[in-house]
Design a protein around this ligand. Structure first.
Ligand code: HEM
Length: 415
């Protein structure tokens, strides 16, 4: 084995990654302009990958797989066990087509419309309140939007309870102690709720429209021609509804961007093209997903580093979105950079990279953009508000990140 200098010597760095958060891999990779760096995590030798080349390797299906990569504490909270995130090969590609089939132009237009309508209704309600915390409001609003879009019935009186569970899955997965346990319980309750609905659709007790997530998950057949196990279908339906609710974080960060860079608001209001650039820059600039894991399928050498079979590999998602080798002045918020962006597969990777069909790249990128565009357009064109004194800062050491006070707004008026 050859000597590879770019590595952490000494103890396991699992606590280090919790402490340094989004900067853990960047600190190691970017300082030395590296694409690979070895560290030790969860008691294993792990390779950190960064840069466009690192991302390309991460998404090379000949060398990498997902099975056995995601830690159990994340599967039991955020993602659900045995869902699409952990699949490989033909069964994965078959399941992925199911997710991608939901993202038709008509379905995406519908999502934009639903989102805009819910903003309109919410702002009427907010006008009557002294102040609101945008992040919290977005969790409930997106819970309603997401369920309506997916065909999931949601009664007014259950919105709060269900949204609280979704927030626990989204925010509680990385915690330790009681909050982690709450997050697990929230997942169990949510899976049970969706499993019952899937059975209702199959038994004809609940009407569902073809093309909606609930219908397609209930009726999907695997490569052997069998329906998914009802719990599995529920987990995959959650894989649509849960991340749609999580778009609330990007909306909160977008509101922060309009505050920190006030000239942005007018530009967003004025032009649909600019609206899209702004949404993309929010996804690039602000921290959300920090890293993604895979495992090597075999032994191989790359850039002088010897990967062993089954080795844990992490791609530096946040780091790539801020890599000076990829982005000019990465620490400047500049939507204009997307005017002439060529849509690279491995540069802008807040929701993963590579190919939608062959890789695990997020099938919800288009729907995320529709929600963001509808939301930012509404905020910029139709909402006047003031900000009371509050802490708008966010920390790159805390994963997942969010402005501390959740973006509090007061004196809200529709215009
Ligand atoms: C996968 C991020 C919104 C559905 C992913 C991945 C990331 C991600 C990082 C993993 C990519 C990989 O493993 O290579 C996000 C973020 C979102 C978001 C930050 C914004 C809140 C959505 C939405 C949906 C969705 C709105 C559904 C409508 C999924 C699914 C997968 C996935 C099903 C698994 C895909 C696979 O394993 O092939 N997302 N996502 N996501 N996302 Fe999203």
């Amino acid at each position: 084995m050859s000597y590879f200098p770019a590595k952490d010597k000494g103890p396991d760095r699992s606590l280090g990654i919790l402490k340094d958060g989004y900067n853990f891999a960047r600190k190691r990779l970017q300082k030395q302009h590296l694409d690979v760096y070895e560290t030790k995590l969860l008691g294993e030798r792990a390779a950190l990958l960064g840069g466009e080349k690192g991302a390309e390797l991460f998404y090379d299906n000949d060398k990498m797989k997902r099975g056995g990569a995601m830690p159990a504490f994340i599967l039991k909270t955020l993602f659900g066990e045995n869902g699409i995130q952990t699949m490989d090969g033909n069964p994965f590609e078959h399941r992925k087509r199911l997710f991608l089939s939901l993202m038709t132009p008509e379905a995406l237009d519908r999502l934009f419309q639903i989102t805009a309508e819910y903003w309109e209704r919410a702002s009427e309600f907010w006008e009557k309140k002294r102040k609101v915390v945008l992040y919290n409001e977005m969790l409930t609003l997106l819970m309603k939007i997401s369920c309506e879009w997916a065909g999931v019935p949601l009664k007014d009186k259950e919105v709060k309870k269900r949204a609280d569970d979704f927030a626990l899955m989204i925010d509680g997965f990385g915690s330790i102690g009681p909050k982690h346990l709450q997050s697990r319980k929230a997942r169990q309750r949510s899976e049970q709720w969706f499993e019952n609905l899937i059975l209702d659709v199959r038994e004809g007790k609940l009407e569902a429209q073809e093309g909606t997530a609930i219908f397609e998950m209930a009726m999907h057949r695997d490569l052997n021609g069998n329906h998914l196990d009802a719990r599995m279908a529920a987990i995959e339906l959650l894989n649509i509804v849960r991340p749609t609710v999580a778009v609330s974080k990007f909306i909160t960060f977008g509101a922060l961007a309009m505050e920190e860079f006030p000239e942005e608001k007018e530009k967003v209001a004025a032009s649909e093209d600019y609206l899209y650039y702004f949404a993309q820059e929010v996804r690039r600039f602000y921290p959300f997903v920090p890293y993604l894991p895979a495992r090597t399928k075999k032994e191989f050498a790359w850039q002088g580093y010897n990967f062993s079979e089954g080795q844990l590999v992490l791609i530096d998602v946040y780091g790539n979105n801020h890599d000076p080798r990829i982005w000019e002045e990465p620490e400047t918020f500049n939507p204009e950079r997307f005017r002439n962006w060529n849509g690279g597969l491995f540069d802008l990777i807040p929701q993963g990279g590579g190919d939608y069909e062959k890789n695990h790249r997020c099938p919800g990128e288009w729907s995320t953009l529709e929600i963001l565009k509808a939301s930012f357009q509404y905020m910029a064109r139709h909402l006047d508000y003031k900000l009371p004194k509050q802490d708008l800062s966010y920390s790159l050491n805390k994963m997942p990140a969010l402005p501390k006070d959740g973006f509090i707004m007061k004196s809200i008026k529709k215009k």
